[in-house]
Design a protein around this ligand. Structure first.
Ligand SMILES: [Zn+2]
Length: 157
């Protein structure tokens, strides 16, 4: 979890009490919101489209196109935007595969199945490579939940 030292309200020193930070100076509880992320399983030609991450966390490993949802943004729109930013592909979002969250981890990940509508692959700076992998030849994936997402997706399809 993030470590905070000062109050966002009065800049006084803050303490972590049980579940939340507390500012003794202005008597305010500081709530830290979770971060919502979306990821896409894009399945075509018996293969899953993966991106090689050029940034941390897990720089150099393969994972699904993914990214954070902006405040006020619809999940499906965030996913379309992120896939467009990372790969230049226009997608259609189909069903929700699952929602993944973990203790002491601020990120809630929503994984969707998606189809490519159009576009030629062009990467942004967050990505080193975009590649389709046969289901039987998947590389080692960046995050623990990635393989769980694939297994959940297989159960549904
Ligand atoms: Zn304060």
């Amino acid at each position: 979890m993030e470590k905070l030292n000062y109050c966002s309200n009065c800049s006084g020193p803050i303490k972590f009490l049980k579940k939340h930070y507390y500012c003794n100076n202005c008597k305010t509880i500081i709530y830290l919101d979770p971060k919502v992320a979306v990821a896409a399983i894009i399945f075509q030609n018996q293969s899953i489209l993966l991106v090689k991450r050029a940034i941390n966390p897990s720089m150099g490993s393969w994972s699904f196109p993914s990214g954070f949802v902006d405040r006020g943004e619809k999940l499906e729109d965030a996913l379309k935007r992120e896939v467009m930013e990372e790969t230049n592909l226009k997608i259609e979002v189909s069903n929700l595969i699952g929602v993944y969250s973990y203790n002491d981890n601020p990120i809630i990940l929503c994984a969707y199945e998606a189809k490519v509508l159009s576009g030629n692959i062009k990467m942004n700076h967050e990505i080193d490579e975009v590649k389709e992998f046969l289901l039987t030849e998947l590389p080692e994936l960046a995050f623990d939940h990635d393989i769980q997402i694939i297994n959940d997706w297989k159960k549904q399809s």
